[in-house]
Write a protein that binds this ligand. Sequence first.
Ligand code: MG
Length: 387
Amino acid sequence: MNTGAITREELEEREYEWLAPYAMKSGESTGRVHEEEEHPYRSRYQRDKDRIVYSTAFRRLEYKTQVFVNHEGDYYRTRLTHTLEVAQIARTLARALRLNEDLVEAIALAHDLGHTPFGHSGEETLGELMKDHGGFDHNSHGLRVVDVLEERYPRFSGLNLTNEIRRGIIRHSTPFDMKRTGNIHVPGSWLLEIQVVDISDEIAYDNHDLDDGLKSGLVNEKDLRGIPIWEEAVSHVNSRFGACEGEKRRFQVIRHLIDRQVSDAIENTLGRIDDLRIESMADLSKRDARVVYFSGDMEKKRSFLREALVNKLYKHYRVVRMSGKASRFLKSIFAVYRDNPEQLPPHIHGKIAERGKYRAICDYMAGMTDRYVLDQYKKFFEPYERV
Ligand code: MG
């Protein structure tokens, strides 16, 4: 005899048994902008996660890059693989801390949807070009993607996600993310689930930039000598595996680094929850404090590693060249569209009437993948290329 399917109502009930009192429960969601009947078998956040995965912006993450542009090699991280790494670190943290794993996963999968082609260089360039026209930053644009730009449903624009996820997209902020969210307000407090995604993003990008940096040869192991967290990881790997060289060694060191940071964050967060006497959702919104974070010791160790990444990788002349090149492509294409909007494809013309020329061009360009930008560039500037 079968035992029957678990319904959404039962899933909601189980969250009360399993999750911490300060975890966000899907049944307590403040809802969606457009009212919809909820699904019989999926919780609200499960459903949002599915909506994000089926979106156009999510699929394009595969051909958007961060530090290393796509055509430099196939083995570096893209926004898509970064997003998946953030989601898996975040799920580990959420499960260990008894937080809402579905919510955390949905926010993590959506956290970079607002990114332009060519990583931070693309974002800075669009920010500059849009300076006098409402500005641009990837967090507000991420919200715009899920609220306005995705076209999936007949009765409304956007994905109509729950407020907790929309809030997660807008409140997602790391030292690298520019905090210019303007007047956009999404109801809700700084949930621990949102904080989990922030810290997972930090762990993921530092460690994969280090990994990609080493793999590319732009960073050498000798550049990292004397950095405590690196030395600890190396001596851990040496004592465990002895003579382990090359790719396997690099993998083991990075693996240990991530594991140490995740464990530190779990332990320190539990301590913070006790210290701040957070026992309920109400306590959480009263405090509005950063709860999910590393210990002071780990924070200091991480800062040395970041410093090395900035000096050795982000300021490496080849990385600076990649950024400069990307910025020139974007500026030239933007100028073509701005000075002569008739060159835009017809489906953008209607958007110009609706949002104004600058915003319509910005939305269009922010959605492009790296390789689409390169194709456009060729079309416009190479004499023998077909338009
Ligand atoms: Mg990210």
